[in-house]
Design a protein around this ligand. Structure first.
Ligand SMILES: [Zn+2]
Length: 438
């Protein structure tokens, strides 16, 4: 914990304070000890030559499946948080659909104790909206929130009964916490594996129409209008959803939204036939949807980026597409994929991208805003935006390898992650070659 690290000449990007510029940053005793244009190295310092690198507040992922409790063959708190640290995250928000789900105080207490024991970064739990994710009886949201749940969600078990959703929103408002919606009309999507295009299904497989998302978004917006309670749409994937959310925001409704890296980077045209690493919910949509998602980030309709990191075992994925588990991992590739798609392409400025991964998710969840300031806990991500690297899920920290980006050559990478002053991830190959070359 007494580690002393001196970052020399980094480009500090801090969207919360608005600061962007070259600084030396010293981390000591768990906090940011000094920030100045020129700091002299002490003997105790580990010096990191950081010229040309971005130094940002630690990234936040507001939608992660860590699978602990109960599904440790897929992931657990240690492997999941190590994968997150490797992706530059110092905070992840863990979804409630574990086994058992986080729907009561004793389960949440077990999870919180495990987080203390095993997580290498901060893990903030989400509790479910309904007991057993059944969409009927509400959990004790006030108690769960008091214990530390930062939001409520049944995620993939989208609440179909709008009277239940209305009551849930009224209770959530009492806690000051948001409900996070995976908007999906299950009657429309049932049995589907990939996007339905032009009235037909892809590769002869039953499709999922965009309406299964947009119809759910539209009706849930009406319940927000009724209750005026804060509400968040996660992994928005359709152009029409972006439009609906834009209109709802213009009406002054307390709605926010996020998008995943894979929905930004991939469309139905990128799917490798019958490869279940392209099977997720919502499914990969059309190129026109991708463009609308980027535009939605650009104009602020979409507030944040979240991974929906969804680890599954090989056995669950390596089967016929219809039977394969739904979802892909994403913690270790999120930043790179978004950097390429959004910043290298010229769509967003670097500080906007960092904001989508830091300040914005913190605002949505009412967390302390991440910032780099002398005296505050040192949660820091060091990024080389120009670093070219090839992604191999098998050499990553996650227990699962179900990524559509396996083998992809990427640009931009988190190379060092500091949580509360401690290095929780370092890309040793990168750092040694950089220091040798320097
Ligand atoms: Zn979901």
């Amino acid at each position: 914990m007494n580690e002393s690290i001196l970052f020399k000449g980094a480009t500090v990007i801090d969207p919360t304070s608005g600061f962007e510029g070259q600084q030396d940053v010293r981390v000591k005793d768990g906090i940011v000890a000094a920030m100045h244009a020129n700091l002299t190295a002490d003997e105790a310092d580990t010096v990191i030559a950081a010229r040309g690198l971005w130094l940002t507040p630690g990234l936040i992922d507001m939608h992660t499946h860590l699978r602990d409790l109960g599904q440790k063959d897929k992931e657990d708190l240690e492997s999941g948080t190590k994968a997150a640290a490797a992706g530059g995250f110092t905070t992840v928000v863990a979804m409630a659909n574990t086994d058992p789900p986080v729907d009561n105080s004793s389960t949440l207490a077990v999870l919180l104790a495990r987080i203390q024991e095993r997580a290498v970064i901060e893990v903030l739990p989400i509790a479910s909206v309904t007991k057993g994710l059944q969409g009927a009886e509400l959990t004790n949201m006030v108690e769960l929130s008091d214990m530390g749940a930062v939001a409520f969600s049944d995620d993939g078990m989208c609440i179909a009964n709008l009277a239940v959703l209305r009551r849930a929103l009224e209770y959530a408002r009492l806690t000051g916490r948001r409900i996070i919606s995976h908007a999906e009309d299950k009657d429309l999507s049932v049995g589907g594996s990939l996007q339905e295009c032009c009235g037909t299904s892809s590769y002869g497989i039953k499709g999922i129409p965009s309406a299964s998302e947009t119809a759910a978004v539209a009706r849930e917006i009406e319940i927000v209008r009724l209750t005026n309670a804060p509400y968040h749409f996660t992994h928005i994937s359709c152009a029409a959803s972006v439009q609906l959310i834009d209109r709802a925001k213009q009406d002054g409704l307390p709605i926010t939204a996020d998008v995943t890296p894979h929905h930004l980077a991939l469309s139905v045209d990128d799917i490798e036939p019958f490869d279940s690493n392209y099977k997720m919910k919502p499914p990969l949509r059309l190129q026109s949807d991708q463009a609308a998602l980027v535009a939605g980030l650009k104009d602020g309709t979409i507030d944040a980026i979240a991974t929906d990191h969804a680890p599954h075992t090989r056995m669950e994925k390596e089967t016929v597409l219809e039977d394969a588990a739904v979802g892909v991992i994403g913690l270790e590739t999120a930043f790179s994929i978004c950097y390429e798609k959004l910043v290298a392409s010229g769509a967003l400025k670097p500080s906007h991208l960092v904001e989508l991964f830091t300040t914005k998710p913190a605002q949505i969840l009412s967390l302390p805003l991440p910032t780099l300031k002398v005296g505050l806990p040192a949660n820091i991500t060091l990024i080389d935006p120009g670093h070219r690297w090839a992604y191999d899920p098998r050499s990553g920290a996650s227990k699962s390898h179900n990524s559509p980006f396996a083998g992809r050559l990427m640009t931009g990478k988190a190379i060092l992650t500091v949580f509360r002053g401690k290095i929780v991830y370092r890309d040793d190959t990168y750092l040694s070659s950089r220091n040798n070359g320097a």
